[in-house]
Design a protein around this ligand. Structure first.
Ligand code: GLN
Length: 483
């Protein structure tokens, strides 16, 4: 049962091959047995998952056959879930029980999804390895010595190890696409504003976007359909009509023009990953797509601009964790300043502190123009690069990551080296366009992802190309040994 995709499960439940309770019980047992070596869950919601499963089974037996009814998923631990701890993988929120539920989770609950629990991540979504979590790193099931990517580390590991068929994640600079690439999954980051951010703890508000990790594009389409749309509680959510994603999947690729940006194939790229990307290009050509060389000239500045703006936004967003209104409070404070200083010092990890300091510096008088304002100008240039590229092409294709997943601990003392690994994913967040990573090959037993980028609100096109690719390849169907 644990090898099935969401789409398979939906059919099997409708055909009464097994019940939601049987499936949920089976997955909870797998989590208990296998997760101690992987560390993908922070909280397992056993009781409530079984209750949700029974409710789904009852609705099915009364003749209701909604497609997502009884499908098990799990949520990145930055989505607020009423009555369940929402820790953001930080000591400061270790005992925070959310008083309300994020819109994404709420919408999925309402269509009948079962939540198995809350997933590990980099602290406050700052990181690309999962190692900054207060609860310790998650391990990549393809090689447990290696990182699974981040910040949606647990979201990737739990799905790749078949503990749950799909998960929610968030992507501010690559946190869905990069871990999807490193664990052999399909991950979609929709357009900024496509899905409500209400109840999703803010890291860098002008980049943050919820999305999904699953085995294939068809499953991502199903989850996106259930969650996309305007939410009056999120002023940045888009008042834009939601497409029929399932209908787009079967459209042929004939006539589709795909751009290959030369900046995505520079010397930073591991040439073996370059070969995987080239093979996927050949495959898509056979399916009718044509390829055009393009250029995104401002791309080399993307990482610097991203880390200045994201840190600036993080430094203001995290000001609320002061030990008074939210977050850990130190023992016996001497005065208010001591309370702030010690509470924050005791409860934030090293990477979070680093970003708060960089962000505060970049926003301070005298440095604002030199750093923050300049970064915003670069951001506009990158957006303009994409807008003009999409006048000629329907989509853009390139690698998701320049390198394979690295060994746990190997970059922990070199944050800039880790930041540079985000070179191919941050541009989409700077521009706000949607992106998807799909499995496209293996190197030395490790999965490799290929990234697709589309114009604003063209998620359907991303899903269509990935689905057509997956109809003719089986990279997305491979399972790590032992899982
Ligand atoms: N790796 C990037 C960072 O650390 C992206 C994180 C994310 O997308 N949440 O900021």
């Amino acid at each position: 049962m644990h090898q099935l995709t969401l789409t398979d499960i939906s059919k099997a439940l409708a055909a009464k091959q097994f019940s939601a309770r049987e499936l949920t019980t089976h997955l909870l047992a797998r989590i208990e047995q296998l997760d101690p070596q992987l560390n993908s869950f922070i909280t397992v919601s056993k009781e409530s998952a079984l209750q949700q499963a029974d409710a789904a089974d009852e609705l099915r037996s009364s003749g209701i056959n909604a497609p997502l009814l009884g499908l098990p998923i799990a949520h990145k631990d930055l989505f607020c879930t009423e009555g369940v701890r929402t820790s953001c993988a930080s000591k400061t929120l270790d005992n925070f029980i959310a008083p309300y539920t994020a819109t994404v989770v709420d919408k999925l609950n309402k269509v009948g999804c079962i939540s198995l629990g809350k997933l590990n991540m980099d602290e406050f979504a700052m990181g690309s390895s999962g190692e900054t979590s207060f609860y310790g790193p998650s391990k990549n099931p393809w090689d447990t010595q290696r990182i699974p990517g981040g910040s949606s580390s647990g979201s990737a590991v739990a799905v790749a190890a078949r503990l749950v068929p799909a998960s929610t994640g968030s992507d501010s600079g690559g946190s869905i696409r990069q871990p999807a690439a490193f664990t052999g999954l399909t991950g979609i980051k929709p357009t900024y504003g496509r899905i409500s951010r209400w109840g999703m703890t803010a890291y860098a508000s002008s980049f943050d976007q919820a999305g999904f990790l699953a085995h294939n594009a068809e499953d991502c389409a199903m989850l996106l359909q259930a969650t996309a749309g305007f939410d009056e509680r999120d002023s940045t959510s888009a008042q834009q009509q939601v497409d029929d994603y399932a209908a787009a999947l079967s459209l042929p690729l004939q006539g589709l023009r795909i751009g290959l940006p030369k900046e995505y194939f520079s010397s930073d790229l591991d040439s073996r990953i370059g070969d995987v990307v080239n093979n996927s290009i050949e495959q898509l050509k056979q399916l009718g797509a044509t390829f055009v060389d393009i250029s995104l000239p401002s791309l080399p500045h993307a990482v610097s601009a991203y880390y200045v703006i994201a840190s600036a936004e993080a430094s203001t967003n995290l000001a609320r964790f002061d030990g008074v209104r939210f977050g850990h409070r130190c023992e016996n404070p001497q005065n208010l300043e001591d309370l702030y200083l010690r509470s924050r010092d005791e409860a934030f990890g090293k990477e979070v502190k680093r970003r708060i300091m960089i962000g505060t510096y970049a926003l301070s008088t005298g440095y604002y123009d030199a750093y923050y304002l300049k970064a915003q100008k670069i951001r506009r240039l990158i957006k303009n690069d994409f807008v003009s590229a999409f006048k000629d092409v329907d989509l853009i294709l390139g690698p998701t990551t320049p390198n394979l997943p690295w060994l746990i601990g190997s970059k922990i003392d070199d944050p800039v080296a880790a930041y540079l690994e985000d070179i191919y994913t941050v541009p989409a967040n700077l521009a706000g366009i949607p992106g998807l990573s799909m499995p496209a090959g293996m190197i030395d037993g490790l999965p490799v992802g290929v990234q697709l980028l589309a114009p604003y609100f063209q998620e359907a096109r991303l899903l269509q190309v990935a689905h057509q690719f997956q109809q003719h390849t089986d990279w997305h169907a491979r399972t790590p040994a032992g899982f």
